[in-house]
Write a protein that binds this ligand. Sequence first.
Ligand code: SAM
Ligand code: DTB
Ligand code: SF4
Length: 337
Amino acid sequence: MPDGGSGRPEPKAATRHDWTRGEVAGLIALPFPELLFRAQTVHRAHFDPTEVQISTLLSIKTGGCPEDCGYCSQSVHHESGLKASKLMQVEAVLDEARAAQQGGASRFCMGAAWRSPKDHDLDAVCAMIAGVKAMGLETCVTLGMLTGPQAGRLRRAGLDYYNHNLDTSPEHYGRVITTRTYQDRLDTLGHVRDAGINVCCGGIIGLGESEDDQAGLIATLACLTPHPESVPINLLVRVVGTKLADAAAVDPISFVRIIAAARITMPHSMVRLSAGRESLSDEAQALCFLAGANSIFYGPKLLTTPNAVESQDMRLLDRLGMVPMAVPETGSATQAS
Ligand code: SAM
Ligand code: DTB
Ligand code: SF4
């Protein structure tokens, strides 16, 4: 483990699963230098602070989703102008994964705009997972709600991570999504965990939530036992035609504070600076890395919206003296606790 340059190991932070919302709110409100010092101390005790894990996203089935998530371009409840398409062919997905790997990605994440997959959809998805895994990439999918047996099938196909976000606090959730409940999401996360798949679970900042809701999201994530191995923190991409197209912009410094709180409360997790980097300056992204973010989505597109272009990201990492993280030998080793 890194020693912070002092030659002495940094003290390990105890891993807790009993964070209260008040404690998280207290962290978020710390004087900025104090907050970043604490986040850096935790980060350096568990990770090399110069390394960033790189994931590439692909939408394998786009649009036409029956859910009403207020932020999403892919919901049939919104007129975002997005063209819906069917599930991609397995070979076409594998070609994209190969290109992502050549571009430097260590994890390939496949997203489908489903409320929940049908069992017969999983035949093709399992073939995609097996093919991507065989290339030596870590595999991740996000397909909506899962049953226990479906999670088991994905695991047997070689799935390393399942992404399913809580999105916001339990209280704010119903103002953003009405077609499935917070508990539905927690149930899916339970099936994923029980199947032995690593959990990727985070949320979105900028959904019109209060600071108390932001603390509530982080506290809920930090009370999951074990913690999610990956915690994506998305900054809302305000898509025209969605209910949240005109949501108030988030102050980048407030966003950095949330990243720091995620790092401090979930010391072993990969904290991903996810959607929304297009609206953050290089300097704000650098602050997110200082606050303990150690993963990004890489490539010109997220699922349906643009992302920073690769050359710009590599230039930023280079300017910061940071490097892409290698793929771990055992892709699905559980890291968080
Ligand atoms: N349909 C599946 C589901 O919702 O679980 C998988 C795909 S969904 C697009 C994955 C996640 O992307 C959502 O849970 C949400 O957190 C995030 N997301 C979607 N649209 C976003 C936006 N406009 N800005 C930021 N994050 C977004
Ligand atoms: C996550 O938390 N963020 C990613 C991934 N998981 C699947 C998705 C971001 C989507 C941003 C909006 C879009 O491109 O459609
Ligand atoms: Fe559907 Fe997922 Fe978009 Fe919600 S976030 S509308 S479930 S694709």
